[in-house]
Design a protein around this ligand. Structure first.
Ligand SMILES: *Cc1c(COP(=O)(O)O)cnc(C)c1O
Ligand code: SF4
Length: 351
């Protein structure tokens, strides 16, 4: 049951209107699709028949953190609706320029968690490998929107140093590929990285944190699937979707194709004001994820990063929403409401 009726707009270039093929045979090249992504808020507003004043308001935020939206993602937005939950995630806002008390550039103290190169460790047994600062979509609420990737080892040299640090630390049993979006590395680079990680005897698990299966499903190439399916590591994938309308048929096809190669699939979402801060929206998201074989893992409370105050939902509201979800859905369909607090031994669960 889809409660929000979406009238898909045809924003796609002719090449990307190809109907989802069976068995991971995307007809569009993901690099081409990325190259053709929308980079001007005014263009998106025009395509969606929105008031040009919205695009003007967007210009300021766009200068701080560039606007970037793949056409396939834009095609899931409703024409003429300035409150569309997908549009709200990506359209820059004038308020991003206004400093708010408590909202800073690095609220998670991530710079303190750096170990070597692009390796970030805060918790026992697992560490995060920052591979790139690039994403296929720029989410306005992003907690790393001002992250200094270049100085933080998210570079080929930083990756080499990070792999060496993992190899030297037998307490690490899981590596999490992160970014930016780690799947923006092309197949040969990922191949090489996997070879290196698989040769570290104490490493057991590889986790991939990526929004590409949602925003650029053409990235799920047969070559990628074959490589992951052949890994000796237990591979898991954590996608990032905040609203059921993000998960259209192209996404569904990609996720189905991933099933064999990646047996463990999870979602993380961020609780966002005006986008998914209702029981209805969260229940629809969980239902859709479960129907696609993806377990709702985390619902993150917004990290107070400068420029994102307009998305904040009070913790108490988050807790109420989770309680309501628990009354409606099976336990495995209820995400953990989490907040990251610097210095804690794990993410803090608030519900
Ligand atoms: C979120 C995060 C993890 C993963 O935590 P899990 O609770 O295992 O999902 C690992 N390392 C860092 C630095 C993180 O921020
Ligand atoms: S995909 Fe993730 S890292 Fe990239 S902009 Fe969005 S929230 Fe930030």
């Amino acid at each position: 049951m889809m409660a929000r009726m979406h009238t898909p707009v045809s924003l796609s270039t002719p090449a990307s209107t190809a109907s989802p093929g069976r068995l991971a045979a995307p007809r569009i090249d993901w690099k081409q699709e990325l190259a053709e992504a929308i980079r001007d808020p005014a263009e998106l507003c025009r395509l969606l028949d929105l008031d040009p004043a919205l695009a003007q308001a967007a210009a300021g935020g766009h200068r701080l953190f560039p606007f970037l939206v793949p056409r396939g993602f834009a095609a899931r937005m409703r024409r003429g609706d300035p409150g569309d939950p997908l549009l709200l995630q990506v359209l820059p806002r004038a308020e991003e320029l206004v400093d708010m008390p408590g909202f800073t550039t690095d609220p998670l103290d991530e710079q303190d968690a750096r170990r070597a190169g692009g390796l970030l460790q805060k918790y026992a047994s697992r560490a995060l490998l920052l591979l790139t600062g690039a994403c296929a979509v720029n989410c306005r609420y992003c907690f790393r929107r001002e992250f200094p990737y270049a100085e933080s080892g998210a570079t080929p040299a930083g990756t080499t140093a990070a792999v060496a640090a993992v190899a030297a630390d037998p307490t690490l049993t899981e590596v999490i590929l992160s970014g930016g979006d780690p799947l923006l590395l092309d197949d040969p680079r990922l191949d090489h990285l996997l070879d290196q990680l698989e040769s570290i005897p104490h490493l057991r698990r590889l986790r991939i944190h990526s929004r590409l299966p949602v925003v650029l499903p053409s990235r799920i190439t047969p070559r990628l699937l074959t490589r992951l399916a052949g890994s000796r590591l237990t591979v898991s994938l954590v996608i990032h979707a905040n609203h059921a309308a993000e998960l259209d048929e192209t996404v569904a096809t990609g996720l189905t194709d991933l099933t064999t190669a990646i047996p463990l699939r999870f979602n993380q979402a961020v609780l966002l004001k005006g986008i998914n801060d209702s029981v209805h929206a969260l229940a629809m998201l969980s239902e859709r994820l479960i129907s696609l074989g993806v377990v709702p893992y985390y619902l993150h409370l917004l990290d107070p990063v400068r420029g994102t105050a307009g998305f904040a939902v009070p913790d108490s509201r988050g807790q109420e929403l989770i309680e309501s979800l628990r009354r409606r859905l099976p336990g495995y369909a209820v995400p953990r409401l989490a907040r990251e607090l610097p210095g804690e031994p794990a993410k803090v669960w608030l519900a």
